[in-house]
Design a protein around this ligand. Structure first.
Ligand code: NDP
Length: 283
């Protein structure tokens, strides 16, 4: 079977073109949309990601400020910064980078981000709004998976979808979004007794575990659609996904590549959220 490549580049470009226009309109009307990136680590992967977000923002006409609190910042310091930015009318959107310093709990500090500025949907309030089917910002990676499937014409209603991973930033919100699309959803995790038993019957498998090569050809049924969210650094420094592509290609109907699949759509959606937050703040 030919396995289609579900690339995200065209979709990301279309979203970015729209965001750029909307950001320009906001700037022309007075103020550029503004994103505050709060960092409290010196993790190389996080530094790389923050730089790539800054470049993406700049390309779209979004002002981006990096606030470095240091790798040993306390929960109080982080909460105080998030509260101050939440109250600051000059900041439209806030993103808190992970990892956080040892002993600092994401749920505890992220609750200080105002829901109207929580563009990556990480706060307990944003996640609760999503679970309740109410309006709020959705974690961009989860939204990217659904948008990528729709962009490639893959129906969700009535389909069996297995999500591998149950984190608050990817797996759980994705399960909620898929339910809202009327899919029948199974969520697997590290304590799942037999992973293949829950992935093989699925029409669509989403791998979001952060484990290189976890999902192989034996985990999927013939003709399944496989979305690879994994972004892992291999021993040779290359970025690789959670899916063992060689054993899946030829068996799956479609597979999203890493890099170039979910990743660019995630960044584009995050930037769109910043523009939306700014538009709402000025309405
Ligand atoms: P977490 O480490 O927070 O969560 C991983 C999840 O996978 C957990 O629920 C864990 O289960 C589960 N898991 C781990 N090992 C296994 C296993 N052997 N079998 C089944 N389930 C397993 O990671 P994130 O959710 O933050 O990220 C997941 C992946 O997605 C990473 O590679 C990350 O880099 C990538 N990512 C990509 C983004 C993009 O834009 N493309 C953005 C964000 C993340 P348990 O709960 O039991 O521990």
């Amino acid at each position: 079977m030919d396995t289609a490549s579900l690339t995200g580049k065209e979709l990301a470009a279309a979203i970015n073109a729209d965001s750029k226009e909307r950001a320009a309109a906001l700037t022309a009307a007075g103020t550029a949309p503004t994103l505050a990136l709060i960092v409290a680590n010196d993790d190389p992967a996080s530094v790389w990601y923050v730089n790539s977000l800054r470049k993406a923002a700049e390309r779209l006409g979004i002002a981006c400020e990096r606030i470095d609190l240091g790798a040993d910042a306390s929960a109080e310091t982080i909460r105080a910064e998030l509260s101050a930015r939440s109250a600051d009318p000059a900041t439209d959107a806030i993103m808190l980078q992970t990892p956080l310093p040892a002993g600092v709990n994401l749920d505890d500090v992220s609750s200080a981000i105002a829901a109207t500025k929580d563009v990556d949907g990480v706060s307990p309030l944003s996640l609760g709004l999503l679970a309740s089917g109410l309006d709020g910002f959705v974690p961009a990676t989860s939204e990217a998976v659904v948008e990528l499937l729709k962009h490639h014409g893959i129906a969700l209603q009535g389909r069996l979808v297995t999500v591998v991973g149950r984190s608050n930033i990817v797996g759980k919100p994705l399960a909620q979004l898929l339910l809202a699309e009327n899919a029948t959803v199974t969520v697997a995790h590290s304590r799942t007794a037999d992973l293949a038993a829950v992935t093989a019957p699925a029409d669509i498998v989403v791998a979001a575990a952060g484990r290189i090569g976890l999902v192989t050809g034996k985990h999927i049924g013939d003709g399944a659609v496989v979305i690879d969210v994994g972004t892992n650094e291999a021993a040779d420094g290359k970025i690789v996904g959670d899916v063992d592509a060689p054993s899946v290609i030829g068996k799956a109907a479609a597979l999203s590549p890493v890099p170039g699949g979910v990743g660019p759509v995630t960044t584009a959606l995050l930037m769109r959220h910043v523009v939306v937050a700014a538009e709402k703040a000025r309405a």
